[in-house]
Design a protein around this ligand. Structure first.
Ligand code: SER
Length: 316
């Protein structure tokens, strides 16, 4: 099957880079980017683009039929920090959009779905170190609750209706092209911008808060690889644990200081500290590595080197 792809949420942090990658892989004419507004000029101008509200089932169906879409990447979501401010909006957006896509696959209109889950599915009662694939999951954020129920529904649609849906539990994603928005792990992107602009960063998490993280290139690689894998290889139809690096604000600051020795950091934890404290410190992703050969490339220092050089070029 030649993929004819629709990316929902293509202007966002991951959606934008996924759009560029998929266009490279499958050709501009086979990849339709969509979002609720034109808020990323690079994406909008890079090829076919549609304004689309993922909560509007009719609009979604019309768009899918217009382009004969067979594969959907559903990247639109409200993340953890914003979700705590708008609980019902987060619930509606994150669950309705998923049901729409799952139902279109159940009806045979589309054949394959990528839907991201998150480390936010875990909660305060989950073992924090090397969190296994199968463990206690009692998420305490609205975002985490939407992702956990989403996982249950993905598995249900696969078991009952043979819907080919594939999913990864992303850790915090670090990138330089498009800013993340409304997440708890966003500090690990902000810090590089502030290091170059001000030489100082005031972090909203405390110095020893360890969280699982990953460079964008690794996240994109994982996403296209799980989608390219044989159907039989994908044995987990809820969502796969996925891990690369794990570090604290103090450790990322030390990594930046290797390149910018004058850089300083201070700590003013806010409401996002509670969210971070409820999540794992590190993740065990053995099933992803075994089932579809996942492997990451970027260490913390690799990430720092790449972030600083790319952002430096952007700012000058
Ligand atoms: N990056 C997300 C957040 O912080 C976690 O998936 O909300």
């Amino acid at each position: 099957m030649t993929p004819k792809i629709l990316i929902i949420g293509a202007c966002g942090q991951i959606g934008s880079e996924l759009t560029f990658k998929l266009r490279q892989m499958y050709g501009d004419e086979n990849v339709i980017a969509s979002d609720i507004s034109y808020n990323n000029a690079e994406v909008v101008n890079s090829g076919l683009f549609e304004i689309l509200d993922a909560q509007n089932f009719t609009a979604l169906k019309v768009c899918i039929e217009k382009y004969n879409i067979n594969t959907v990447y559903l990247m639109a979501a409200m993340l953890s920090a914003t979700g705590e401010k708008f609980p019902l909006k987060a619930w509606d957006l994150n669950t309705q959009s998923l049901f729409h896509v799952l139902d279109l696959a159940k009806a045979g209109v589309i054949k394959k779905i990528f839907w991201p889950s998150s480390i936010a599915v875990f909660g305060p009662t989950t073992p924090k170190d090397q969190t296994p694939q199968y463990t206690i999951m009692e998420p305490s954020t609205v975002y985490g609750i939407t992702k956990q129920v989403g996982e249950r529904w993905c598995e249900y649609y696969f078991n009952k209706y043979n819907v080919d849906v594939r999913s990864i539990r992303y850790p915090g994603i670090i990138s330089w092209k498009t800013l993340p928005g409304g997440g708890t792990t966003d500090y690990a992107v902000d810090i590089y911008h502030k290091a170059l602009q001000d030489g100082h960063y005031d972090c909203f998490l405390s110095e020893n808060t360890a969280l699982p993280m990953m460079f964008m290139d690794d996240a994109i690689e994982a996403t296209v690889n799980i989608m390219a894998a044989d159907k039989e290889a994908i044995k987990i139809r809820s969502s796969y644990n996925l891990s690369a690096v794990s570090f604290t604000p103090k450790e990322i600051a030390a990594s930046i200081q290797k390149y910018l020795p004058e850089f300083t950091i201070s700590y003013t934890p806010d409401f996002r500290q509670d969210i971070a404290d409820s999540w794992p410190k590190s993740i065990n992703d053995t099933p992803a590595r075994t089932d579809w050969n996942w492997d990451h490339k970027f260490s913390l220092d690799d990430i720092t080197k790449e972030m600083l050089s790319q952002l430096q070029a952007k700012y000058t």
